[in-house]
Design a binder for this molecule. Structure first.
Ligand SMILES: [Zn+2]
Ligand SMILES: [Zn+2]
Length: 210
């Protein structure tokens, strides 16, 4: 949320709603890739590395395959994984966990000449993504036509600190940033409690000059 609202900050409340509302419509309706913008690059990445695996078919009818990943110069890779194609599982654990094919699964799919989308769970498709927003949007009418709300927004004045000079932070403080009084403060340098960066030297043993 902190990232989604970047650039929308310090706008009047209505402008902020308009901006995030229009951004959401944009993202949902103008998606032209087969998978939504989050998943498409990931798919491409998996599919590219799929092409460097070595595949052994153990049983076509049962969909049992062994994949050995390419040995890299940094001595990574060279791992062996077993794909159960019909069960949509792989020993790397990712396929069954994310329901999105790992590079090993995609290698098998490619080898069998199947359509990639036949093994991608429908929740990841652009179609599903668009359907979620399909009938949710209608243009906002002029504020004069809005119904009177029986509540009003209460400002949290503790968050409205107006300091002098340039704002030094882009971040909106939220619950995660609040310090709990029961938790000891830790030093930013060594992450130990009992002192801070300003009195750091006080905690160090002193050597008297001779
Ligand atoms: Zn895998
Ligand atoms: Zn320290």
């Amino acid at each position: 949320m902190n990232n989604a609202l970047r650039g929308a900050r310090q706008l009047p409340f209505r402008a902020c709603i308009d901006l995030t509302f229009n951004r959401t419509i944009d993202a949902a309706m103008n998606c032209n890739t087969p998978l939504p913008s989050r998943m498409w690059p990931l798919f491409r990445k998996h599919d590219t590395s799929a092409q460097s695996h070595t595949l052994t078919e153990f049983n076509y009818n049962e969909g049992a395959y062994r994949l050995v990943t390419k040995l890299l110069v940094n001595e990574n890779g060279g791992n062996t994984h077993t794909v159960s194609y019909y069960q949509h599982t792989c020993t790397c654990g990712k396929w069954q966990m994310e329901r999105f094919p790992c590079s090993h699964a995609l290698a098998v799919c490619r080898f069998r000449g199947d359509n990639h989308f036949s093994i991608i769970n429908h929740v990841y498709t652009t179609m599903t993504y668009k359907q979620q927003y399909n009938d949710g949007f209608s243009p906002l009418s002029h504020a004069d036509y809005w119904l009177e709300a029986n509540w009003s927004i209460q400002a949290d004045n503790s968050k409205c600190v107006v300091g002098r000079g340039r704002r030094r932070e882009n971040r909106f403080r939220n619950e995660m940033d609040v310090h709990h009084p029961t938790e000891p403060r830790k030093c930013g340098l060594c992450h130990q409690p009992g002192h801070n960066t300003r009195n750091f030297s006080n905690s160090q043993p002193r050597f008297n000059a001779m």
